[in-house]
Design a protein. Structure first.
Lengths: 620, 451
């Protein structure tokens, strides 16, 4: 056997999965339909955003690749939600669609234990419910111990434009025709999902004077905790803001039946949180305009992506729609918009480790599990890779909890609730988001990454130093007091802060809403770097709220730690409502906490389940 | 799988009709075995059947049998109700026969427990059933019934919806930060909604006081130094209402001298160490001891002798009591008054003597005023009716106060959402939509589950 692990698909999930297994010492083969499409960004030219940006930070903290790679390909970077508080801030970067895949391919090629093969996987070899290998389109069999499926939109995909339907993936690539059928035969429930992408416009054909400029931040940011800045802060690529208008809406309404979606040509279910422009016009009739962003795709070609304008209208209608937009009257469409539908599996058939419940050592990650988004895919890919490795090593699986990462929230949601439409991560899906901040992803996860062998020694040492510095700075502020001297009080007065009557520690002074760490520096020499100061500042300033969030999280963990024995027979539990009984038996949650999040399982059912478990414990 | 339970659902005694209720998987087959008439196993749900209950060949009673099939029943299980002729002997006989045929006797509140566990009613409703069973007065019964119908739950649900709406619009702003057209939730909106909620919770807490008055009655003590006429006032209050005078001990730590019903509200007369028997007991146990009783009471009737100058002891008592819950009863107004007005000017005062009924009626009016009894009786209010509910609402109230406080200090929105979410969960706990260990413990304590 040449390879221990085979990863099927080279998108964002596949790359993370393959790098993780290889880095954890397992010989890995990445099979992709086209090497050119490794780490391809077939839709929006950006990475990050609310919640998603934090996922990228988490991937980096765990030793994954997306953060580093996104830093290398950044064109414009912005911190979002800066005014709404530290919990919801997130980084979003416009990315170069040429550089991003190029850099990722370089990393993959340089990785020990990792090979790449161009082919399509059309079947799986399964014996006694355990994966043995894959069969390629030409009938070649490759044996292995574990398989990770990261097929993206390529499972039986159709590209839809108006009434036209072509059996192909993005860029006209060949889809896998039979793999989803073999999954169905193995017992998987197959879902049909849909997504879409907007038209791309030739940059020189746009009149930018009719648009408003959207710039990046004037300070540099990075996703990766390595903090290497590759882009020129002074020369970031701009984006532009425009709006749809009455004319656009009229064209859409008049041609609604011609779109694949409203013409009834689509079987798949589209994403609620990323609707097509026709959906927006139909669903929000009272809105006279919708916002669109013109975003650059690369420095190396001049396509402009119209964010917010995805559609499945036929070409002639797309022309009219685009030309109705202010500034785009004479725009030249380089690539038309399309909808794409594809097969996915029901993620409730997965364990928290992303191993399937039906076939041992078979893992799935990314769009095949019903998610949308590069970041969601990459996060799952990393976890699937980690857990495939741990499984081969005979170690317990690695499951992140909802109070320690967005990745944990994402996977728990998927395997517990399943999806109806492509799942997008939102900050509101996290109950304890004050704990899951952009700034503390390393403090939450670096240790795990190091223990797993994914974080390199030098990065780990940097992290340990940071932790030490944070502790020292806390101590420094706790141990130093200022007294109500004239000098102190006049300084405070100048900062619109109340004058002192008694002595106060700097720690407590920093609790005042108007006082920042910069003000503290007036009283004491602080030589720690910005990240350390920021960490300490947040933790002191929001101490009360962080404590509250921790308390809530502890309550959740209590339920999470109430394990449900694997051999539980739900038929034996009296009184549980039949819907709940069926869902519990299907999903087989591992804890009371997980059980309580299953839709259709009511609080009363949980009470009964807990009572049953208490009795059972007593009898044992 | 699950026991079939049976109980006599009507009060045992003189009624013309008694109802024996059976719930569980075997309810219908069990009754069918002892029923002479139609085959009940094939009877459609929610139908009534005429026939006889028989044991072997002996006819026990002529009955009407109601068949109600799962899930549209109170317990969501099959329920059979046998309307038989009242009288202890017949009813008990039928109960015995059913027990012989495989049902077991229901524990206290077990029908309710099943209704709750089967998801038919929520926690507040389950609590309401308990209240209904134990209700001491008509108003208390109506309150419990209102809660059973989900009035409190609906009200709490509405409050939760308001929070949910606010949270949803905040979330949209966070998750779609660059969609400038979406209404930006300003701090002002959070402020306004928080204030609105604060008012609602304030009202719930205010009403809760009435709620507990309705449910528990008004804990009343009569104090005064010896020989001012406490016992005669107590007796005339009791006598007029023909209250049952009993010494009930054990359920509470108070010794209830008697219950007086004033327009549907129960006054629980607390014996301050036997005022009826030994007039000088107050002196014996000392003011210190009776102070704790004074603090505990909802209503204090401080009796003074109007025909005498106030003694030091009288003045001491006037100083110790809470004016808000005290009525000064000036006894012996048929004699010449020697009282200094200024000593009692801050108090509600009633002049009385035990020879005329007027004074007593006056006292009753004052009590009604003090507790807003008119309002309780007439307005159909939603009440929190137990300590669990009240403490959760209090917590929510405190958090709202904190929100309003922090807004002034420019706390960012993401922090405020933590508080809002917390209130949403606490309100959910009131109606059992959120669960915590406490609720499970509450279940174990009140429903004897897990035996």
């Amino acid at each position: 056997m040449e390879y221990e692990v085979i990863v099927v698909g080279g998108g964002h999930a596949g790359c993370e999965a393959a790098l993780a297994t290889a880095r954890m010492g397992h010989s890995t083969l990445l099979i992709t339909g086209n090497i050119k499409n490794i780490a391809d960004m077939p839709c929006n030219p950006s990475i990050g955003g609310p919640a998603k940006g934090i996922v990228v930070r988490e991937i980096d903290a765990l030793g994954g690749e997306m953060g580093k790679n996104a830093d290398k390909a950044a064109l414009q970077v912005k911190m979002l939600n800066t005014k709404k508080g530290p919990a919801v801030q997130a980084l979003r970067a416009q990315e170069d669609k040429i550089i991003y895949p190029q850099e990722m391919l370089k990393t993959i090629k340089n990785q020990n234990n990792l090979s790449v093969k161009e082919s399509l996987v059309e079947d799986l070899i399964v014996e006694n419910n355990k994966i043995q290998g894959v069969i390629l389109e030409d009938g070649t069999k490759i044996l292995c111990k574990a398989v990770i499926l990261t097929t993206g939109t390529y499972l039986k995909s159709n590209i839809l434009v108006g009434s036209e339907k072509k059996a192909e993936g993005p860029h006209g690539e060949r889809p896998s025709k039979f793999l989803s059928e073999s999954l169905r035969k193995l017992g998987f429930t197959i879902l049909r999902l849909k997504t879409g992408t907007p038209p791309r416009i030739e940059k020189s054909s746009i009149d930018f004077t009719k648009t408003s400029l959207e710039l990046g931040d004037n300070i540099s940011h990075t996703f990766s905790f390595e903090n290497k800045v590759y882009y020129d802060v002074e020369n970031q690529e701009p984006c532009y803001l425009i709006y749809t208008n009455d004319e656009t809406h009229k064209i859409i309404n008049n041609n609604l039946e011609k779109s694949s979606m409203y013409g009834g040509y689509v079987e798949g279910i589209g994403p609620r949180y990323c609707p097509s422009i026709e959906d927006k016009v139909v669903r929000f009739k009272d809105k006279s305009r919708h916002q669109l962003f013109l975003e650059p795709e690369s420095k190396y070609y001049d396509d402009i992506y119209i964010q917010g304008f995805s559609t499945s209208m036929p070409y002639d209608v797309q022309e009219k729609m685009v030309h109705s937009l202010s500034g785009l009257e004479h725009a030249k469409i380089k690539k038309y918009a399309y909808a794409i539908e594809y097969d996915a599996i029901d993620a409730r058939q997965l364990k928290q480790s992303l191993e399937t419940k039906l076939v041992e050592n078979l893992f799935t990650a990314g769009q095949i599990n019903g998610t949308s988004g590069y970041e969601e895919a990459a996060g799952q890919g990393l976890i699937a890779g980690i857990n495939a490795s741990l499984k081969l090593e005979g170690k317990p699986s690695f499951v992140l909890k909802r109070n320690e990462s967005y990745i944990g929230v994402l996977i728990d949601d998927l395997v517990t609730k399943g999806v109806k439409d492509p799942y997008r991560l939102l900050t509101s899906r996290a109950e304890y988001r004050l704990l899951l901040r952009h700034d503390n992803a390393d403090l939450r996860l670096r240790e795990y990454g190091y223990e797993l062998g994914l974080v390199q020694e030098d990065n780990y040492q940097t992290f340990l130093q940071k932790k030490k510095d944070i502790q020292e700075l806390f101590k420094l502020l706790e141990n130093n007091k200022i007294t109500p001297t004239n000098e102190v009080n006049s300084y405070l007065k100048n900062q619109n802060s109340a004058e002192l009557k008694d002595g106060i520690t700097l720690y407590n002074l920093l609790k005042r809403p108007e006082i920042t760490i910069e003000h503290i520096k007036h009283f004491i020499d602080i030589s720690y770097d910005e990240e350390v100061c920021y960490q300490v500042e947040i933790n002191i300033r929001y101490e009360g709220y962080i404590k509250k969030a921790l308390h809530e999280a502890e309550k959740m963990l209590l339920l999470e730690n109430k394990k449900i024995p694997e051999d539980i027979n739900y038929e034996e539990i009296p009184n549980i409502a039949s819907e709940a009984r069926q869902k519990l038996a299907e999903i087989r949650p591992t804890s009371i906490g997980q059980a309580s999040r299953i839709s259709g399982v009511n609080p009363a059912d949980i009470s009964i389940l807990m009572i049953y478990l208490r009795k059972r414990e007593r009898n044992d | 799988m699950k026991d079939t339970i049976v109980a006599i659902s009507t009060a045992l005694g003189k009624g013309a009709i008694s109802i024996v209720r059976i719930s569980g998987e075997n309810a219908i087959p069990i009754v069918n075995e002892i029923f002479m008439g139609k085959d009940l196993t094939t009877a459609p749900s929610h139908t009534i059947h005429y026939g006889y209950i028989k044991e072997k060949e002996e006819l026990i009673d002529e009955v009407l049998v109601t068949i109600m099939k799962s899930p549209r029943t109170f317990t969501m299980e099959d329920i059979v109700e046998i309307n038989c002729h009242g009288g202890i002997i017949t009813t008990n006989r039928i109960l015995e026969i059913i027990l012989l045929h495989g049902a077991r006797i229901a524990e206290a509140g077990e029908f309710t427990k099943r209704a709750f566990l089967n998801g038919r009613i929520d926690l507040t409703q389950a609590e309401a059933v308990m209240d209904l069973i134990e209700s001491k007065s008509d108003i208390a019964r109506r309150q419990a019934l209102g809660q059973l119908q989900g009035k409190l739950s609906n009200h709490i649900q509405n409050l939760r919806e308001k929070i949910k709406d606010l949270l949803a619009s905040i979330e949209v702003n966070i998750d779609y930060p660059e969609y400038y057209d979406i209404e930006i939730v300003t701090i002002d909106k959070i402020k306004a909604t928080s204030k609105e909620l604060l008012k609602e919770l304030e009202k719930l807490l205010e009403d809760a006081k009435s709620g507990s008055v309705i449910k528990e009655g008004i804990k009343t003590i009569i104090i005064g130094r010896p020989n001012v006429g406490k016992s005669s006032i107590l007796n005339s209050l009791l006598g007029q209402e023909k209250a049952i005078v009993t010494d009930i001990e054990g359920t509470t730590r108070d010794i209830v001298e008697g219950n007086i019903n004033i327009d549907g509200i129960c006054l629980n007369m607390i014996d301050t160490a036997g005022i009826r028997n030994t007039e000088d007991k107050i002196e014996k146990i000392g003011v210190e001891k009776s102070l704790s009783l004074i603090n505990d009471a909802n209503l204090i009737l401080l009796v003074l002798n109007g025909a005498e100058v106030l003694t030091e002891q009288d003045l001491e008592l006037l100083k110790k009591v809470d004016k808000e819950k005290t009525i000064v009863v000036l006894n012996k107004n048929d004699l010449e008054s020697k009282l200094q007005e200024k000593d009692i000017k801050d108090f509600q005062v009633v002049s009385t003597n035990t020879k005329e009924e007027d004074g007593i009626r006056c006292l009753k009016e004052k009590i009604k005023d003090l507790f807003n009894l008119e309002k309780i009786e007439n307005i159909d209010t939603t009440y929190l009716s137990n300590a669990r509910q009240v403490s959760l609402i209090k917590k929510s109230y405190d958090i709202l106060m904190n929100i309003l406080d922090e807004i002034e200090k420019d706390l960012p929105i993401d922090m405020l959402t933590i508080d809002l979410k917390n209130i949403f969960d606490l309100l959910g706990e009131v109606i059992g939509e959120e669960y915590s260990e406490e609720i499970i413990d509450h279940l174990f304590a009140n429903f004897c589950v897990g035996k």
